[in-house]
Write a protein that binds this ligand. Structure first.
Ligand SMILES: Cc1cc2nc3c(=O)[nH]c(=O)nc-3n(C[C@H](O)[C@H](O)[C@H](O)COP(=O)(O)OP(=O)(O)OC[C@H]3O[C@@H](n4cnc5c(N)ncnc54)[C@H](O)[C@@H]3O)c2cc1C
Length: 497
């Protein structure tokens, strides 16, 4: 760790400082309400303007689901995990989890849109349905809508099954973005050419507002962010391998006033003067007091990470952020329990650095797990950093143990041992590690009496996990989707009667 400046001191100060350093973000509840307004709202406006009207119920349902599907696909640009306003409080993993769930929801809306048009008459025999289907497929006017529906299926299927598997991740990401833009452009053309409510100022304005939001999201991600990421002027100061699988990257800047962050946050890094479409997220492993230096601990996972130890000093690095809520601002005066698995030690190092800098008086406990003793790349540094604080740690290694390291994975007894004499109900736990470790850690923490709302997680993954915390969030996401569907269908049924 690098030189630190004079310590300020105190738990209250650390929390206030952290809250100030973090950008404001919407709460989960406000996001849910906004999503409902922006997806079901255009349907409501369309119904008020009479644009959904039809003598029979099926065309009304078909139009309503078509409008909702378009709005839902356009909202996907805003939920792509790039906006601190959106993912700042709920987390990148959950934002991406919602993005996937909402993509499936939008696809189901499109399927309903098509199905309601097919079933529009009284005669629903297979022959009639097939004839109608063929007639739609061969109507030149509907071509853009048909291609858009095909793209929607392709987008959802490739998002689920191809990401980083058959196609390299970066190529997939560019293709995914282009497919999404094509899908929305074709859908808008289809809607403006065919939906009657688009001729009405209310209905058209509602859809255009959502389209504008999608366009703004695109401009921010692909035009403003690439410029902004290089403004702080970070360059590689040093890069070296710490172990066969982990590298340390240190950045420095001569414009420190252009970047602040809270301990535990992450940034999207673009190495070299390239477009930020090639960026990847990494937790900052240093404390804010180490600025203008930023330190990262990076595990070799693919193309970009493999190149890190060989980066030449002076290489420009785009730093987009800070992002994330793995921070100390809502911890309260109770004890802190930090659980790190493997490279999950990176944001935990940042938290420890901040606590040490502030000479925090709270009891601080750490369980750091790694594959082997040699993989505990920061052990000595942690011991030196926390000297003089109310700190206890257990280091665990899967394969080998020793005097300074116990063998095995994190179990209930480790947590109980560290929490002896402390109040679990007042303890805030921070967990970062590989998905299976996080799942078992959450179960252990809940058994130990730590309240679910006091468990803060950073997942080095682009999807929500299967632990109790993520499951409760997923249920809320499903409830939100169900509300969108129920609202759209209810508005349509009311309009039809
Ligand atoms: C919030 C967060 C913080 C992280 N912090 C750290 C850290 O401090 N240290 C560390 O070693 N790792 C960290 N990671 C993981 C790190 O981002 C990936 O290992 C890295 O992106 C792999 O990039 P690559 O170019 O080497 O590999 P690639 O070959 O490009 O990708 C390897 C796999 O990672 C996935 N992936 C990569 N980038 C993305 C992306 N932008 N969106 C979705 N999926 C992607 C893909 O599934 C791909 O198959 C973090 C991840 C997240 C989400």
């Amino acid at each position: 760790m690098h030189d630190r400046c004079a310590a300020p001191g105190g738990t209250g100060e650390i929390m206030a400082q952290t809250a100030k350093q973090r950008q404001w973000a919407f709460s989960a509840r406000s996001l849910a309400v906004l999503y409902l307004i922006l997806t079901a709202g255009p349907v409501l406006l369309a119904s008020l303007s009479g644009g959904l009207n039809s003598p029979t119920v099926y065309p009304v349902l078909a139009r309503a689901t078509g409008v909702a599907a378009l709005a839902m696909f356009m909202m996907q640009f805003a939920t792509s995990g790039r906006f601190e306003l959106i993912s700042g409080r709920i987390g990148l993993d959950r934002t991406m989890g919602f993005h996937r769930l909402a993509a499936n929801g939008a696809l189901w809306m499109i399927l309903l849109h098509v199905a309601f048009f097919l079933f529009r008459g009284r005669d629903g025999s297979l022959d009639v349905l097939w004839q109608r289907f063929v007639a739609y497929m061969t109507t030149p006017d509907l071509r853009t809508g048909i291609v858009a529906a095909g793209l929607a299926v392709l987008l959802v299927l490739t998002g689920k099954h191809l990401r980083g598997r058959i196609i390299p991740y970066q190529a997939w990401r560019i293709g995914h973005g282009l497919l999404a833009v094509a899908l929305v452009a074709l859908s808008l053309q289809h809607a403006f050419a065919h939906a009657r409510f688009m001729a009405d100022p209310f209905g058209a304005t509602a859809i255009l507002v959502v389209a504008l939001l999608a366009l703004t999201s695109l401009l921010v991600v692909y035009v403003l962010r690439p410029i902004h990421a290089f403004r702080p002027g970070f360059k590689v100061e040093s890069a070296r391998a710490l172990s066969p699988t982990v590298a340390e990257l240190v950045l420095n800047t001569d414009r420190p006033e252009r970047f602040t962050f809270a301990a535990g946050q992450f940034v999207w890094l673009t190495i070299g003067r390239r477009h930020t479409v090639t960026d990847n997220p990494f937790s900052i492993a240093s404390a804010p007091s180490d600025l203008p230096r930023l330190r990262f601990l990076i595990r070799n996972a693919g193309d970009m990470t493999a190149a890190v130890p060989h980066l030449a000093p002076g290489t420009p690095v785009g730093v987009d952020g800070p992002h994330g809520s793995f921070t100390l601002d809502e911890t309260g005066p109770g004890p802190l329990l930090l659980l790190a698995g493997g490279i999950g030690i990176a944001p935990v190092m940042s938290l420890l650095g901040e606590l040490s800098h502030a000479r925090d008086r709270r009891p601080i406990r750490l369980i750091a797990a790694a594959r082997s003793r040699a993989d505990h790349i920061a052990r000595g540094e942690i011991v030196a950093l926390m000297d003089g604080l109310e700190f206890e740690a257990i280091f665990l290694a899967d394969t080998d143990g020793g005097d300074d390291c116990e063998s095995g994975t994190c179990r209930r007894e480790h947590v109980s041992r560290l929490l002896q004499g402390l109040a679990p109900a007042e303890t805030t736990a921070f967990v970062c590690g590989p998905p299976p470790m996080m799942e078992s850690a959450v179960a252990i923490l809940l058994q130990a009496g730590i309240p679910i709302e006091r468990i803060v997680m950073e997942r080095f993954d682009f999807d929500a996990g299967h632990d109790a915390v993520c499951a409760s969030v997923r249920h809320r996401f499903i409830a939100l989707m169900a509300t969108v569907f129920a609202s759209v269908l209810t508005v349509a049924l009311i309009a039809a009667t």
